[in-house]
Design a protein around this ligand. Structure first.
Ligand code: G6P
Length: 354
């Protein structure tokens, strides 16, 4: 218990360590004066023809976020669930960069995919938290996310650190790094602290702890975080939860929406907030309680029963802040339900079988 520093669970402690995790990830990698990003591990890499991410679970959601960062910079990128990656039938060659996103560096499915990519001639890089892990040793390059040890089975601070590592990777690979992004990264630890200090997630969790199911929607940069919000909720509360790209709601999931299914909508600048509000209205007319996770874009609060505020930032960084609000909601619902938060049933921190 001493390791929990006064928190009831490692998960809550690790959620609160996220400002520090981000500072560590950025340390000496962003040269403010020269406005450039310098990641030693990436110095040898040229801009690849294509990038393929391989990852599982929460790390796969970070990979989906990485895809968007690269595509926004003109690099063709795809994310694969590592268990579905087959270098034999996937176009991969010596101009392909395969990025294994794995906090432990030991996940069997991810290691299998990386080994396959290696034998097919691709250049591989591990984005991992664990120094000397299998992924770190076997890949051609390694970039450490520097989150510090994570004990809770549900990944929290390692996910945020992966997101930031992928911002650095995408920027360094393409040389595209603007003043706004630099400022957003500089402000991020302080803004994360503001979210942690001011969040009303606990009250919202108390109100909705008896819900039948929880839905999470978001577009663009927010879409991977809606998936992650749902995964976290499932993992630690054992409740039904699903995340969607907001536009997909009307193509099926809307049939599940009732007045007993709260919908968490990520509505932030630069990620099509007006269209997401259109989707929010679809669930509003079905009587679903709506929680907007928002920087105030598109007047989201007007359509919501509750607001989880995030400070204004760069469009690519907004989901990093939004995700923390969702982590807190899941944590407090699980806490209300008396779940085994740090060691959820049936789950392991690192899965070393395929
Ligand atoms: C397990 C954990 C998840 C994690 C996944 C991938 O399923 O419970 O939290 O996201 O493995 O782990 P990795 O170490 O490869 O990121």
């Amino acid at each position: 218990d001493a390791g929990k520093s006064g928190y009831d669970h490692y998960m809550l402690k690790e959620i609160h360590e996220q400002p520090t995790a981000v500072r560590q990830c950025l340390h000496e990698r962003v040269t403010e004066l020269e406005r450039r990003i310098d990641v030693e591990a990436l110095e040898m890499l040229s801009v690849p023809t294509q990038v393929q991410f391989v990852a599982c679970g929460t790390s796969y959601h970070a990979a989906l976020y990485g895809v968007r960062l690269l595509r926004d910079r003109g690099v063709p990128a795809t994310a694969f669930l590592a268990s579905e990656y087959d270098a034999g039938s996937t176009p991969v060659g010596d101009e392909t960069l395969v990025v294994g996103v794995t906090q432990s560096g030991e996940t069997a499915d991810t290691m299998g995919a990386l080994r396959g990519a290696n034998s097919a001639g691709a250049t591989t890089i591990a984005v991992t938290n664990v120094v000397g892990s299998s992924a770190a040793r076997e890949c051609d390059h390694v970039m450490y996310v520097r989150a510090g040890p994570e004990i809770g089975v549900a990944a929290t601070k390692t996910f945020v650190s992966q997101q930031i590592a992928l911002v650095l990777l995408a920027s360094e690979l393409t040389g595209e790094y603007d003043d706004d992004l630099a400022a957003a990264l500089r402000d991020l630890p302080g803004q994360l602290q503001t979210v942690l200090d001011d969040s009303s997630a606990r009250e919202i969790a108390t109100e909705y702890r008896g819900a039948d199911a929880y839905f999470f929607i978001g577009r663009g940069y927010n879409a991977p975080v809606s998936l992650e919000g749902a995964l976290k909720m499932k993992e630690i509360t054992y409740k039904h939860a699903e995340g969607f790209a907001a536009g997909e709601l009307k193509h099926g999931p809307l049939a599940l929406v009732t007045d007993r299914t709260p919908v968490f909508a990520l509505v932030t600048g630069g990620s099509n907030p007006t269209k997401t509000i259109g989707n929010v209205k679809e669930v509003e007319t079905r009587g679903a309680p709506i929680v907007a996770v928002t920087d105030g874009s598109a007047d989201a609060g007007r359509h919501a029963d509750h607001v989880l505020e995030i400070p204004a930032t760069h469009p690519a960084i907004a989901p990093v802040l939004g995700n923390v609000q969702l982590q807190l909601v899941s944590y407090w619902v699980a806490n209300e339900l008396g779940r085994s938060i740090d060691k959820p049933r049936n789950l392991a921190k690192s899965v070393t079988v395929e």
